[in-house]
Design a protein around this ligand. Structure first.
Ligand code: KIV
Length: 285
């Protein structure tokens, strides 16, 4: 179990000491608790919960209330881990005021340590306002799933010189706006390496190669639960989908064949009480 919750200064020091951090998403109490026991440096309550928990085809339908509810569960499961709440679609795009209010809700109602929002130069006013509101905010650039319609799908970004230059410009603007860290998703390792060199704040990656200050993965991918598709950058460490289906099948088989429940799963009546019960029942007939 993490001895003490990381602060932004610990995360900054780890970057400066070239100590790669590891983080993972979680959406519920148990996963968060296991992540904390496994020694994760941070947890993201991603809006990927739309796909991983609710079975949506993307993250756009996810609401603030859903994110708050899941962040609250995660906070209870991982009281000693730095937790980031992911701002869902339309919780920050409409105005700077809404962005600050919703970032504040994450802190007041779910006890997160920071929030994350997607986008580059165009969300810098929101990043600055949230930061001016006394909260920690992380940027997220490259593949930004909430704007996958504009990007033409869940596609890698920054693969040409011009596109990479734009991603780098976004990174620089986000740091200047006051973000405490940056997440880069689905860009070539070389591009992430350049960003990491140019920025003083930690630069974390998901599908952005190894030249990062830390790696993020989606818990449902690591555990082999998410079955709809597998992005190129995913490494599965388990096949819990198969294991879960097998366990459920075995349970159903045992009940249907009379193998469960057995003596050892049943509560015993207090010695001598059964004859008394029969007598009481006879009397009342
Ligand atoms: O919602 C999420 O889990 C994310 C990751 C895909 C980076 O934002």
């Amino acid at each position: 179990m993490a001895a003490k919750k990381n602060t932004r200064f610990d995360l900054q020091k780890m970057k400066e000491a070239d100590q790669t951090i590891v983080w993972i998403t979680a959406y519920d109490y148990w996963t968060a608790n296991f992540a904390e026991q496994a020694g994760m440096d941070m947890i993201l309550v991603g809006d990927s919960l739309g796909m991983c928990i609710y079975g949506y085809s993307g993250t756009v339908p996810v609401t603030m209330d859903q994110c708050i509810c899941h962040s609250d569960a995660v906070r209870h499961g991982a009281p000693n881990t730095f937790i980031i709440g992911d701002m869902p679609f339309l919780s920050y795009q409409v105005s700077v005021e809404e962005a600050v209010r919703n970032a504040g809700r994450f802190h007041k109602e779910a006890g997160v340590d920071a929030v994350k929002l997607e986008g580059g130069v165009r969300v810098c006013p929101q990043i600055q306002a949230i930061s001016d509101g006394g909260m920690l905010v992380m940027g997220h650039i490259g593949l930004t799933p909430q704007s996958s319609g504009q990007l033409g799908g869940f596609k890698a970004q920054g693969r040409t010189a011009k596109a990479a230059r734009d991603v780098i410009a976004d990174a620089l603007a986000i740091e200047k706006a006051g973000a405490f860290a940056l997440l880069v998703e689905a860009v070539p390792p070389e591009v992430c390496g350049i960003i990491r060199e140019k920025l003083a704040i930690p630069v974390y990656g998901i599908g952005a190669g190894w030249e990062t200050d830390g790696q993020l993965m989606i818990c449902s991918d690591v555990l082999g639960i998410f079955q709809a598709f597998t992005p190129k950058f995913v490494k599965k460490y388990e096949n819990l989908a198969e294991k879960t289906i097998n366990a459920f099948r075995q349970y159903a088989e045992d009940v249907r064949s009379g193998q469960f429940p057995k003596e050892e799963h049943a509560y015993k009546m207090v010695e001598g009480e059964l004859p008394k019960l029969k007598h009481l029942l006879d009397e009342s007939e």
